[in-house]
Design a protein around this ligand. Structure first.
Ligand SMILES: [Zn+2]
Length: 115
């Protein structure tokens, strides 16, 4: 949860406490309509607080997915680099490389072996 979200949650909590206090004071004064209105209004900051928590969790899940995807891409990149390095180890001459492994340079040791 970000600092701004924590500040918002503190404001929501303070607002809920104030509305609960106003509800109690209205109940002590036997004012029915203000009691109902303050009680109903005190639910709104709680809903906003729950939405902040839900948003923070969704943001954390998205960040975790991005990090997991980056790790998978990095692992695949390392594997393809390793495969390229393995392929380069079998390259003996330039002609073998450019002919996709079908021919060797005349000076190549493998060409002399085949002849
Ligand atoms: Zn060769």
């Amino acid at each position: 949860m970000t600092r701004f979200a924590r500040i918002l949650c503190a404001i929501y909590g303070t607002t809920t406490a104030f509305l609960a206090w106003a509800t109690t004071m209205s109940a002590l004064a036997d004012s029915t309509w203000p009691v109902l209105l303050f009680a109903a209004a005190s639910v709104v900051p709680v809903i906003a607080w729950l939405r902040e928590i839900e948003f923070a969790e969704a943001k954390a899940a998205a960040r975790a997915d991005m990090e997991r995807g980056a790790r998978v891409r990095e692992r695949e990149e390392r594997r393809s680099l390793r495969e390229a390095a393995d392929a380069l180890q079998h390259a003996c001459c330039e002609r073998w490389w450019t002919s996709l492994g079908t021919d060797h340079d005349p000076k190549c040791e493998k060409q002399r072996r085949a002849a």
